[in-house]
Design a protein. Structure first.
Length: 173
């Protein structure tokens, strides 16, 4: 029983400290720099190579996904501007939003997207299922690419917006 009280007291103390820290931040302006204190040392930057939470958190702060999930867990375009699905559900055509850039200022192209998805598909369980359902991916132009399937795969958009470890982030080719 004493241990339970000790743990509960520690949790309350940590909560009070977190609230005090947030309250001490003060007003935020456009020039404010975001400072984050991570829970562990960041040793690996590539979330395709590890499932460590620290690496996943870092990647979400630096890269993006083609789709995100809304509050009802439905996939919604994020880097994608528009997409179409053929009537037989075997061909998906995606057009990226205009003006997308990496943090170094380089434009994001569909070559980056396909290279990123290829890396992800080799290591992720959902990506491997998608690979079995796919005929291929192809660049149409700098902002448009296609995914062609062998059979309909209702989880395709969810796969492209997957947020767990080994998520399909888009990185430079």
């Amino acid at each position: 029983m004493k241990l339970d009280r000790f743990i509960a007291g520690g949790v309350r103390l940590a909560s009070v400290g977190a609230v005090a820290a947030v309250m001490s931040i003060g007003p935020v302006s456009a020039e404010t720099v975001l400072k984050a204190v991570m829970h562990a040392p960041l040793r690996i930057l590539d979330p395709i190579l590890t499932t460590a939470n620290i690496t996943v958190a870092h990647s979400f702060m630096n890269y993006d996904l083609l789709f995100g999930l809304d509050d009802k867990l439905q996939p919604k375009p994020q880097m994608v501007d528009t997409y179409t699905i053929s009537d037989d559900e075997l061909e998906y055509t995606f057009t990226l939003r205009e003006g997308l850039k990496f943090s170094n200022g380089q434009p994001i192209t569909t070559e980056d997207v396909i290279a990123s998805l290829d890396r992800w598909r080799k290591r992720d369980a959902m990506g491997q299922i998608l690979t079995k359902k796919m005929k291929g991916m192809e660049v149409v132009d700098e902002r448009t690419f296609k995914i062609t399937l062998n059979e309909p795969f209702g989880w395709l958009l969810y796969s492209l917006g997957k947020t767990g470890s080994n998520h399909p982030i888009i990185v430079p080719k």
